[in-house]
Write a protein that binds this ligand. Structure first.
Ligand SMILES: *[C@@H]1O[C@H](CO)[C@@H](O)[C@H](O)[C@H]1NC(C)=O
Ligand SMILES: *[C@@H]1O[C@H](CO)[C@@H](O)[C@H](O)[C@H]1NC(C)=O
Ligand SMILES: *[C@@H]1O[C@H](CO)[C@@H](O)[C@H](O)[C@H]1NC(C)=O
Ligand SMILES: *[C@@H]1O[C@H](CO)[C@@H](O)[C@H](O)[C@H]1NC(C)=O
Ligand SMILES: *[C@@H]1O[C@H](CO)[C@@H](O)[C@H](O)[C@H]1NC(C)=O
Ligand SMILES: *[C@@H]1O[C@H](CO)[C@@H](O)[C@H](O)[C@H]1NC(C)=O
Ligand SMILES: *[C@@H]1O[C@H](CO)[C@@H](O)[C@H](O)[C@H]1NC(C)=O
Ligand SMILES: *[C@@H]1O[C@H](CO)[C@@H](O)[C@H](O)[C@H]1NC(C)=O
Ligand SMILES: *[C@@H]1O[C@H](CO)[C@@H](O)[C@H](O)[C@H]1NC(C)=O
Ligand SMILES: *[C@@H]1O[C@H](CO)[C@@H](O)[C@H](O)[C@H]1NC(C)=O
Ligand SMILES: *[C@@H]1O[C@H](CO)[C@@H](O)[C@H](O)[C@H]1NC(C)=O
Length: 533
């Protein structure tokens, strides 16, 4: 055993295949020198094909027996030696490797290895997966770990743990297989993505980013503001969940469904839907649960309009079409803890701060502090996409996003486009494409076709129908990076009840912004009946 270990170690050091990847290589893996980051090996575990993989942490869970064989390597990386601050990192290495590395992002303020996507996406599709707990353990809605004043944890969460994990993960992958990954990719939705593109262009060759929470000094402000428009529960402006998903959603469909050329129960292009809630105004004596009072009408306008504070643009408003989902989140009975905790623990250092007191000076303070430099709103992405590196970005967003206004994605895309137009690379299509997903909620789910291989989708029971580049956005990215064939559109599926085991109800093209879907005629459940124009 000792001899074998020595031989394996020698093999890795010489850059030749350590051994056939498998149980022996996994259980005898020892860490060689890792450059540029201090790494400790915590342990390894081998999972044969079909083994029960049941792993959970406060942020992510997986419990399946349908994965191919892989080796799980658990590491601890030092993120700040002075402070003795560490972060957990996992590298999952399939026996049958496709020669590529795949890193993952997080969600909300969560901390935990993204074991769900490490299994359901990376290992399932043959990638060596790398994921970090971002330097703390918590569920997505919990920011108490941030302090007050736990600055190293906030920096780890903002970007440091992911960046160092990628550096370590690449080297561990090379040590295990005896060959470095040919290319490295990133797949994430919500937290942690664009920072890599903007600040660490060397980390990845292709980045697939869904609905990024990239403007953290403004997103929590807007979330609180929108929610306060309908709160408190029981006030004249309060609107019940039933009214949102019934009365109001139905009226949105009545006013706007046909505008995009197909009456299909989906708002395909919310940008042309100028919803007028006044048509539902109560007449005297009308039952209040079947109509809207003036305060409610006002609240709807507030929620669906861009937010300006004292003349300064803060954030885009919600788009019409996702009312049922909005009622569960941003327009629900309780202000989201992500937004409140951001202020309490990262900005104000006041654990009892009441979000109902949000005012202009709080907004200005967040912008001034920009805790841990968390904002990822830089617009010149030349270091990543320029000829030196040639990186690619695929960005997608659900147009019924119920956590981050879909407009935030369009806004960021627009700011990059305007900036890059001033450079020697004015054509965004060459390196950055945005796909809009009508009727999809935040990252997955919703009422439109929403399964296309995005982050977290397979783990939520909505895997891509196939892994070809048209139906799986990650495959589309691989094809773009490795063959130079850029995706012109994607095709997504809607599963009955958003549950793949119940079969596909319909498929739809996802268009490259600013293109929109056009109905050509024929079966409206079939993507081939539509074009992007
Ligand atoms: C380590 O950092 C140096 C300097 O930034 C860089 O040139 C080198 O490529 C890095 N090595 C690895 C393995 O990341
Ligand atoms: C999976 O693990 C959890 C705890 O991590 C445990 O409660 C559960 O019983 C396990 N499920 C199976 C099927 O082993
Ligand atoms: C590391 O932690 C120490 C102690 O908290 C702090 O003073 C220092 O600024 C940190 N360094 C970085 C790069 O964050
Ligand atoms: C550093 O932290 C680890 C736990 O993360 C602990 O085991 C170790 O003793 C600490 N070292 C020092 C020098 O404080
Ligand atoms: C990496 O790329 C090289 C050259 O394209 C290829 O020969 C090799 O098979 C690839 N490695 C893996 C593990 O696929
Ligand atoms: C909160 O603490 C951070 C450091 O942890 C500091 O930068 C910031 O200024 C503090 N906020 C206020 C309002 O004092
Ligand atoms: C008002 O309408 C709701 C929903 O249609 C119904 O449940 C309720 O009984 C009605 N209330 C009155 C007073 O008619
Ligand atoms: C609000 O805007 C006005 C006009 O630009 C400006 O004079 C005023 O100082 C602003 N108020 C605050 C609190 O920034
Ligand atoms: C805004 O709220 C903060 C507390 O978060 C408070 O200290 C400050 O006085 C308020 N400013 C105004 C103008 O109301
Ligand atoms: C998905 O559908 C299957 C079959 O109808 C059912 O057994 C399963 O519980 C459903 N999953 C979820 C998450 O609802
Ligand atoms: C969709 O239409 C295409 C071309 O008309 C056809 O080949 C395909 O079988 C259809 N798919 C379904 C699920 O009906």
């Amino acid at each position: 055993m000792l001899l074998l270990t020595t031989l394996l170690a020698l093999g890795a050091a010489l850059g030749v295949p350590a051994a056939t990847p498998g149980e022996t290589a996994c259980s005898s893996f020892t860490l060689q020198d890792v450059s540029n980051v201090t790494v400790a090996l915590i342990g390894t575990e081998y999972y044969p094909a079909g083994a029960t993989v049941n792993i959970s942490n406060p942020y992510s869970q997986i419990n399946t027996n349908s994965l191919p064989a892989f080796c799980r390597i658990e590491l601890s990386i030092t993120t700040n030696a002075t402070a003795n601050k560490t972060a957990g990192t996992d590298v999952w290495l399939p026996d049958s490797w496709n020669g590529r590395l795949l890193g993952f992002g997080s969600g909300g303020l969560g901390g935990g290895i993204v074991v769900s996507d490490m299994g359901h996406v990376a290992v399932q599709q043959g990638f060596a997966g790398v994921s970090t707990d971002t330097g703390h353990l918590s569920n997505a809605g919990d920011g108490i770990w941030g302090g007050p004043h736990n600055d190293n944890a906030i920096i780890d969460f903002a970007y440091r743990a992911l960046h160092l994990s990628v550096i370590a993960g690449k080297q561990v992958t090379e040590q295990y297989y005896g060959n470095a990954a040919n290319k490295s990719y990133y797949l994430g939705c919500s937290t942690g993505t664009l920072k890599e593109v903007q600040q660490f262009p060397e980390d990845f060759d292709g980045v697939v980013v869904g609905s990024p929470a990239n403007w953290m000094t403004h997103l929590p402000v807007w979330s609180i503001y929108v929610n306060l428009a309908v709160l408190p529960v029981g006030s004249p402006q309060w609107i019940t969940q039933d009214m949102w998903s019934g009365l109001i959603h139905d009226e949105v469909m009545k006013q706007c469904d046909a505008l995009d050329g197909v009456t299909d129960g989906i708002i395909n292009n919310p940008l042309i839907c100028h919803f007028q809630p006044e048509t539902l105004a109560c007449e005297s004596g009308q039952n209040a649960s079947t109509c809207l009072n003036p305060e409610q009408i006002n609240a709807i306008h507030t929620a669906f309009s861009p937010y300006y504070q004292n003349g300064t643009y803060v954030f885009e408003g919600l788009y019409p079409g996702g009312e049922g989902g909005y009622a569960n989140t941003l327009l629900g009975p309780v202000i989201g803890s992500i937004s409140v905790d951001y202020y309490r623990y990262f900005i104000l250092n006041d654990t009892t701060w009441d979000p109902a007191t949000l005012n202009l000076s709080d907004i200005q303070l967040a912008d001034r502090l920009n805790a841990a430099n968390m904002n990822a709103i830089a617009t010149d992405i030349t270091p990543f996409v320029g000829p030196e590196h040639n990186g690619k970005v695929i960005h997608y967003v659900g147009m019924a996003d119920n956590v981050i206004s879909a407009g935030n994605s369009l806004h960021y895309y627009g700011t990059v486009r305007d900036q890059m137009a001033q450079t020697s690379m004015p054509n965004m299509d060459d390196y950055y494409r945005l796909f809009t997903v009508p009727g999809m909620a935040h990252c997955s789910g919703g009422y439109g076709a929403n399964a296309f291989g995005g982050g977290g989708q397979a783990a939520s029971g909505m895997p891509p129908t196939t892994n070809d580049p048209t139906h799986n956005v990650l495959s589309a990215m691989v094809q773009w990076v490795e063959e130079g064939v850029a995706p012109d559109h994607l095709v997504a599926a809607y599963y009955n009840n958003n549950n793949a085991t119940q079969g596909v109800a319909f498929t739809r093209p996802l268009c490259k912004y600013p293109q929109q879907i056009t109905y050509l005629g024929g079966d409206s459940n079939n993507a081939t009946s539509f074009a992007c124009t």
